[in-house]
Design a protein around this ligand. Sequence first.
Ligand SMILES: O=C(O)CCC(=O)C(=O)O
Length: 383
Amino acid sequence: MPRILSRERTAASRSKRRADYRQRKRSRTSAPSAFAPARKSVLALVSREKTAPAPETRESLRQQLVLLTSLPLGTPRNRPGTDRFDCAAGGRFSGRHMSFDAARHVAAIERDGYTIIEDFLPASVLAEVRRVLALYLDTNAGRNDFEGTRTERVYTLVARARVFWDIVTDARVMSLCERFLLPNFLLTASQAIRIGPGETPQPIHSDDAFHLLPRPRPMISLSTIVAVDPFTADNGATTIIPGSHLWDDEKVSGQFSFEPVAPEGQAELERLAVAAVMPAGACVVLAGTLLHGGGRNTTNTSRTAFSNQYCQPWARPQENFFLGVPREVAQQMPPRLLSLLGYSIHPPFIGQMTASHPIKSLAPDHENRVVAQARAAGARLPE
Ligand SMILES: O=C(O)CCC(=O)C(=O)O
């Protein structure tokens, strides 16, 4: 008897839940939603993008993208941020506290497309970075002109040492990302770059050119390049074209390409570029739309740097960190970092893992939901 009662109760509560759900669904579709117009125009935009827009529609597409991402050109996100705050320089490796003038750096990025944080890494953190990089350098060579044939790159730095965990989540960098990217932004690249003696200039490019959306437009990514050796005009300091983050497609003749850019276009871009001369430990922060490149190294020594780059939560990251970061390393990482690596949800459900939060996959006893469901259903994988 109690069993029947409880079944009835279960059935009653199930039908109530269904009625509530139907009611919620009705009110969702009838009530005007703040997202409805945006959603509709995103769909329209996507289907139009699929059929390669004619040049005359590019400007209107660009304007719609600006509206949809709420990122007016030349101004930071319409979200107030902290203008100045105190933070620990170099995370857990340093007890040094400092004041960071976020508003000044935001203004420089808006105006020039870049800014330099001079005292980014204290000496102790820099020493640890050098120790870790020494373990991996001298083992890789660049594979093409873009990577640099006399340049070495070590990818997926964030998986290699804890010192990069603190640097990737540095409060100053996070505050700049928060101004220019949507919440739930992601890490898109984390690599060391050592430009060797005799290296030629890297083709001038912008870091978010992977995302083939018409320019001018808001940045889709924000890059940091940290000097491990001092950057000089001769040893391959990053070269930058100030203000080029605002250029349109026509003006950007040296777009990212694995093919050589037309020599006259590249020469003209190089003429406009200035070297980001800065001391070891300094960090240049670039809008993803800014034209720049690794510089020519005419010295007898190499120039080492590393670059962490961040992107909008809806953009596909360059590095696949789910596969690149070993699971047992990810299991030790702090939640903020895991969120940057994609163990996060961008509402309503970008990044979900079989309808659950991806961070659950790191639990020691986690069982893949598809495997568990197949077992319960007596199904084979794949059928
Ligand atoms: O090494 C540098 O200074 C810049 C490298 C760069 O821009 C890149 O590889 O995308």
